[in-house]
Write a new protein. Structure first.
Lengths: 200, 263
């Protein structure tokens, strides 16, 4: 039950894009077609899941004072995590290029941009909290919840944008402005989830 | 001191380890890239204008290498680029009939008057949603706000006296203006041929004559006088079939409205 609650709260209640404002760049950049948006979302789910797994282990066994060095190296978290995430994204890119070429082409420049997607680093830096995420189980459920929240948000925005495309929008709102307005309305809608009462 | 040594050691080992793993992975997931794609890409102009119908020069290079596109698919590079690519691939290049965009309207301020004063945003698309679909009396006329001028990446379009004019030397036929024009007055014509119909009015003769002094009134004089029968009047406006046209310019002389011109 606790894990389910964690999943729902991380994916809906505190949605990574719509209420914590992380990962806005791909959210606005790759959301003009549902196909590429879902591709991007799935790539982010994949990268967040693996990077959280790796960074969690690195943090627990190398960086914390209880790790193998017996030294408190937590100040190295940011730089080590960025290094690991960048390498992971590179690997995902090579993997996609070899096995799923259409997805690789559809994502284009946005795949390397996952490297600097703050949602990925944000999750990695959130799960270092030992009290809230005592074991890797919680950390992975949190990572999955967050990334699926991202996937949900980007696919929803993409479907709305595909419909906006055919509408007659005032000149001043064309392009990015209408997308930002849409995103903020979605954010308000997601705010409703904060009243959600899970399991009493 | 210990912290310093340990952190340096940690970062160093991590860096080396990740480097090794990445190198290893790039060996496993190595994808062979066709040498030709890179060479073709270097020959292409690199404007990424999308005139060929592909997303950019990279995609066109790939399509050419895969034989999906012709060597002369790039409208910007023209014959020169086509020859270079065909030399590289050892293929015969089809002689390209160079095309350019042409504004089929001469409804400038002298020839056609306005029916109301428009004061909104200066955009052809906006005005085409206004009453009469135009602020000029002819609803098929070039609006002249320069939507085409702003999409032209090559500076080939100028608005002269309320009508767009395309410099055929600068035009690379990327078709951006043809797409953006809400009145559809920009057409494709052959660079080599000089005879052009400079009117798009689909109104019947009387109305066309009423609203503009250089409109095609579908009198069919050109159709009757053309020795090659290359001109057809369709939808109340003359059309030239360039397959048959021999550039004799008889129609230019005979046209009573002077809407068939030689440039």
């Amino acid at each position: 039950m606790n894990l389910l609650m964690l999943f729902i709260s991380s994916s809906l209640v505190s949605n990574v894009v719509l209420s914590r404002f992380l990962g806005i760049c791909p959210f606005l950049g790759v959301s003009n077609k549902v196909k590429t948006a879902s591709g991007m979302g799935i790539a982010v789910v994949f990268v967040i899941f693996i990077s959280t797994f790796v960074t969690f282990i690195i943090n627990r066994y190398l960086l914390l004072a209880t790790g193998i060095f017996n030294t408190d190296l937590t100040y190295l978290q940011t730089i080590v995590f960025i290094l690991v995430i960048a390498a992971l994204v590179q690997m995902v890119e090579m993997f996609l290029k070899k096995f799923i070429k259409p997805l690789y082409e559809a994502l284009g420049v946005y795949l390397p941009l996952i490297t600097t997607n703050c949602a990925v680093l944000g999750v990695a830096l959130t799960v270092v909290d030992i009290k809230k995420y005592p074991t890797i189980k919680e950390a992975l459920v949190y990572a999955l919840g967050t990334s699926i929240g991202f996937l949900l948000a980007i696919v929803m925005l993409a479907t709305i944008r595909e419909r906006i495309e055919n509408n007659n929008i005032p000149e001043a709102f064309k392009g990015k402005p209408i997308v930002l307005v849409t995103a903020s309305l979605m954010s308000i809608a997601f705010y409703g989830f904060s009243m959600l009462n899970i399991g009493g | 001191m210990k912290i310093m040594i340990v952190s340096t050691l940690l970062m160093g080992t991590l860096g080396i380890l990740i480097g090794l793993v990445l190198g290893f992975f790039s060996k496993i997931f190595y994808v062979e890239v066709d040498e030709n794609i890179k060479k073709i890409r270097d020959i292409l102009p690199g404007n990424n204008c999308g005139g060929c119908g592909y997303a950019g020069c990279d995609n066109l290079a790939e399509a050419i290498a895969k034989n999906e596109a012709d060597v002369n698919a790039c409208p910007v590079g023209g014959v020169e680029v086509a020859n270079k690519i065909s030399k590289l691939l050892g293929k015969e290049s089809k002689e390209t009939d160079k095309k350019v965009a042409f504004v089929s309207c001469d409804g400038n301020c002298k020839n056609v008057s306005k029916i109301y004063n428009y004061n909104g945003p200066m955009s052809c698309k906006m005005i085409s949603k206004m009453p009469n679909e135009n602020d000029k009396r002819c609803r098929y006329a070039c609006i002249g706000c320069g939507d085409c001028m702003s999409v032209c990446a090559f500076g080939a379009i100028k608005i002269i006296d309320g009508v767009a004019e395309i410099d055929k030397e600068k035009c690379v036929f990327c078709k951006k203006c043809i797409e953006v024009c809400p009145k559809h007055v920009i057409n494709e014509v052959f660079y080599e041929r000089s005879v052009r119909v400079k009117c798009s009015s689909k109104d019947i003769g009387k109305i066309a004559k009423d609203v503009c002094s250089v409109s095609c009134i579908a009198c069919k004089i050109c159709e009757k006088n053309c020795p090659e029968s290359a001109i057809k009047v369709e939808n109340n406006v003359s059309h030239i079939d360039y397959e048959k046209c021999t550039d004799c310019k008889i129609c230019v002389e005979k046209c009573p409205r002077k809407c068939i011109v030689a440039v």
